[in-house]
Design a protein around this ligand. Structure first.
Ligand code: DGT
Ligand code: CA
Ligand code: CA
Ligand code: ZN
Length: 579
């Protein structure tokens, strides 16, 4: 396991212990250990080799031995014992929104049930409301949560899918006879959630590729092992498809297996319209008259279309655009980014200090870094009082003196209060460089009320960025009800930067709003919402989402030089007559 997997493992073991009713000290040791490891920066393998894992603050002997086993690929006895305390289906209830370890324990303990279907029956039969801490509303929430869980079942977030993909691609890449290996499917199209991983290999003789694929570590079971087509389920529960084609077939196969299905159907029809044929093996004038295409782009060109970037292949307008020769200017890349806003530190619920975060941003070569800890109403996340905000300003000023090569912006992530106002008085907001306004509570207002609430926040001259606009959590929570189209128009009118939150759990705003964003001339900020130095890397997911939304570098504020950028932040306040 790598560091992040171990962080996740320790936190899951903490959940299991808590559900099992273990000693709270032990639960806390695991929970804190997970956090300590997450914020620790360094080479974990080297640390294990040196036998110095306990030198990480917050990691004792017992956790150290679990970490050592995880790093070296051994089986930890203690982890196995902990896992045996709670049936895995009971553990899966944690996937139901609003149900944490304490509630899982109360239901499991109180009703003695273990299956998801039994939980559903119990909620329907009103057997949960008598339990302490529950009521009729909890039963409703549990039923809605189970429905959601089932709907999301079978899909994964990008980090997990990418990790699996990386392992299999690596195994296949070195095999004899392999000329090319590419990821296809939804991973390549940069969808936010992934059904399964698709890997395409070009080889005249695919025997070794197939053998290497089936010998990859971490396979739970093999579902198909044909000569050209294999499918396995990885131990993470994620499916992996392998296709092996001849090199001459590769461009058409890559296009076909990249999809989407809807896109493929349209392109195939365009070929048909001129009496040609397009399938996963090639483009043909007639059955035995192959049109040579050296790559995917050549296929589009042969059909008189501009090459369509993989991210845009959803049959959502890309064919209509593709008739113009320069239809697709290059999309934004990670290398285009010059800085980021919206990050947290230990001042609120972050796990690294402001200094560590800034050093992390410098190491990426960024020229500005914006810190935006939680505001005072977000007490659950250690939100800052007015005094703390001012105290933080002292530290920001000191760090500004120290770091001359990176500009530090002092902002805040202000809760949008239920009535739509921001979380500090105007004179306090005026002291800040920028404000990210976000909804963190009261998700269940009706659409009209929610829209009015957010509109009010967007109209505040202090709001510079609209944070995670829809509030969704991928595979966990649907967006709240609101009139997003209207609110995007308000953002455009007001000159508010709309965030693409880069956390792989959010990717919010969704890429499907890309065309409207372009039409309204909205500028977008890609923000990692990082709570640790490692979280800064999440920008790549945000860039993926921005590419999928069709955004070019000029529409993304992170790519700008610092002056026009600061100018933009100042402009709103000046317009409102605030210095
Ligand atoms: P996923 O796995 O649900 O996240 O989404 P995809 O797009 O990766 O879907 P997947 O893995 O079922 O198939 C990969 C690609 O293969 C898909 O995007 C297009 C192509 N494909 C699969 N089945 C069909 C089909 O029946 N017709 C066409 N035209 N293409 C297909
Ligand atoms: Ca797939
Ligand atoms: Ca597939
Ligand atoms: Zn937030």
């Amino acid at each position: 396991m790598n560091k992040l997997e171990i962080v996740h493992e320790l936190s899951e073991l903490a959940d299991i212990l808590e559900i099992s009713g273990a000693n709270p000290h032990r639960v806390r040791a695991f929970r804190n250990g997970s956090r300590a490891l997450e914020s620790w920066q360094g080479d974990l393998v080297a640390l294990v080799d040196a036998g110095e894992v306990t030198s990480i603050r917050g990691i004792g002997q017992s956790l150290a031995s679990i970490i050592e086993d995880a790093v070296t690929g051994g089986k930890s006895e203690e982890a196995t014992e902990v896992r045996a305390l709670v049936p895995s289906e009971v553990l899966s209830w944690l996937g139901i929104p609003g149900i944490g370890p304490k509630k899982v324990r109360a239901i499991w303990d109180g009703l003695g049930i273990t299956k998801l279907s039994e939980l559903e029956d119990a909620a329907k039969a009103q057997q949960i409301r008598p339990l302490r801490g529950f009521g009729p509303k909890s039963e409703e929430e549990i039923l809605a949560g189970i429905e959601q869980l089932r709907k999301f079942a079978g899909r994964s977030l990008r980090p997990a899918a990418e990790e699996v993909a990386r392992r299999f691609v690596e195994a296949v890449r070195g095999a004899a006879g392999v000329e090319r290996v590419e990821l296809a499917g939804s991973l390549r199209r940069r969808r936010g959630t992934i059904g399964d991983v698709d890997i395409l290999v070009a080889a005249d003789d695919g025997t070794a590729a197939r053998t290497a694929f089936l010998a990859t570590s971490g396979i739970e079971r093999v579902e198909a092992e044909g000569e050209k087509k294999c499918r396995v389920i990885a131990s993470e529960g994620i499916g992996v498809d392998l296709r092996i084609v001849r090199p001459i077939e590769f461009p058409a196969a890559l296009h076909y297996f990249t999809g989407s299905k809807e896109h493929n159907t349209r392109l195939r029809q365009l070929a048909k319209d001129r009496g040609w044929k397009l399938n996963e093996y090639g483009l043909w004038r007639a059955d035995d008259d192959r049109i040579e295409t050296e790559d995917e782009d050549a296929i589009f060109r042969a059909l008189d279309l501009a090459p369509i970037p993989p991210e845009l292949r959803e049959d959502l307008g890309e064919f209509e655009r593709a008739t113009a020769i320069d239809a697709f200017p290059p999309l934004v890349t990670v290398d285009d980014l010059r800085g980021i806003l919206h990050n947290h530190s230990t001042w609120s619920d972050g796990r690294n200090t402001l200094r560590e975060m800034i050093e992390g941003a410098r190491a990426k070569g960024w020229i500005y870094y914006g810190t935006a800890d939680h505001s005072r109403t977000a007490s659950y996340a250690g939100g800052l009082s007015i005094a703390e905000l001012r105290e933080q300003r002292q530290e920001v000023d000191a760090l500004r003196d120290e770091f001359s090569d990176i500009k530090i912006l002092h902002g805040v992530e202000s809760d949008i209060l239920p009535d739509g106002s921001l979380d500090y008085p105007d004179d306090v907001l005026a002291e800040l460089d920028y404000v990210v306004a976000s909804v963190h509570a009261n998700f269940s207002l009706d659409s009209q009320a929610q829209t009015a609430r957010i509109e009010k926040a967007l109209r505040s001259p202090f709001t510079t960025v609209w944070g995670h606009p829809s509030g969704r959590l991928l595979l966990r929570r649907e967006p709240y009800a609101c009139d997003m189209e209207h609110l995007l128009r308000v953002a455009a009118e007001e000159g508010v930067i709309v965030e693409i939150n880069a956390s792989p759990h959010r990717l919010d705003l969704d890429w499907r709003w890309g065309p409207l964003i372009a039409e309204l001339g909205i500028v977008v900020g890609i923000h990692p919402d990082a709570h640790s130095v490692a979280g800064l890397d999440d920008v790549r997911f945000g860039v993926g989402a921005a590419r999928k939304a069709g955004l070019t570098p000029d529409r993304v504020t992170n790519t700008w030089e610092i002056e026009p950028y600061l100018e933009r932040l100042r402009a709103r306040r000046e317009k409102a007559g605030i210095a």
